[in-house]
Ligand binder design. Sequence first.
Ligand SMILES: Cc1ncc(COP(=O)(O)O)c(C=O)c1O
Length: 415
Amino acid sequence: MAYSIALQKRYRDILNDIQDQGLNKEEVQITGLQGAEIHIKSSDNSGEARKINMCSNNYLGLAAHPDILKAAHEALDRRGYGMASVRFICGTQDTHKELEQRMSTFLGTEDCILFSSCFDANAAVFETLMMEEDIMISDRLVHASIIDGMRLSRASHDTYKHSDMLHLEKKLQMYHDRHGKIIVTDGVFSMDGDIAKLQTIVDLAEKHNAMVFLDDSHATGFLGENGRGSHELCGVFGKIDLITTTFGKALGGASGGCVAGRKDLVELLRQRGRPYLFSNSLAPMMTITTLQALNLIEQDDSLRKKLKQNMQWWRKELVAAGFIVVPGESPIVPIMLYDAVLAQEFAKRLFAEGVHAVAFSFPVVPKNQARIRTQLSAAHNPEHLEIALAKFIKVGKELDILGKSKEELLSMHNK
Ligand SMILES: Cc1ncc(COP(=O)(O)O)c(C=O)c1O
């Protein structure tokens, strides 16, 4: 047999190593709708329990919104389950074109192309558009899918320190002789929830003749005056060359993604983007339902406002209670515990108290930067947040971490 003893040992050793370092990811099984409250199966399958959900990307609460479910049901009846084809063979419906048009207008670009996910969108961009003689200069904290996308490209790659604009400018000067230059950043950084300095990035790009790539997955639909994203919030709407984003977070939470940008760049992605050419077309139910999500966002700002209020309240109360919170304006609110074991224990106790929030530690975040990443949603009502806060404080008191400094937290479990 090809699966030799040596190979079995190799994979078992890696898995044991993951387990020993406390990095094993357990999946909870949700049995109902995604929302502010979720039902989770007990690990012994004996029943299920209700939890307050503080860790989904369901920012606007659209994943189970009645208008979204209705649009999806109707789309399924009218347009079927799937296309069973890539786009250029027999996989393009009018609604694919309509969504591309709507997204490019919404994001302030000339054109747009859909992908099965934002992961695929990021996998397509750099390989297709950046050539051997070009340079990609990325923020050190960009999302994993962007890193993988850049790896597929023949262009050179360099990084700048997270959000350090002086360092970015140094790098731009260093590569001044490169014809094709692109600055690569997330809009909202997914682990810290901070927002890229897009105004400066756009100025530097103009000064040094570089393009700007922005992954706005954690901003599209709710950041900025009209919910168009971090470029709207930062006053650079219409000035970004390439924007990728997902339909799997605020825009309904199912799946799909896109690249919006300059016409020629989008056209080249349509001709040459491998995840576009060699992967199935987005299901019509997704295109039609995402259009409905855009309708809701454009008609009414109440969900956006509620999300903002929730985020502001949550941040303020956590700080007042003595937690160390990464400051910011996004609904990603990380509570810093620094120590990985402490973060795991905190999340475990919270779960037992009826609150689901996940601990993140190395290698997802740097060493000694372990945290509980909380995420707010417009689906949260004040009662959800009040209960969740009380549970965070209860566990914080039990573990004696409130008001403690980073150094104190890091030394705690070694005592
Ligand atoms: C910043 C960022 N980009 C891209 C992705 C991938 O999006 P999708 O789920 O549509 O593949 C994610 C998802 O976690 C993300 O956080």
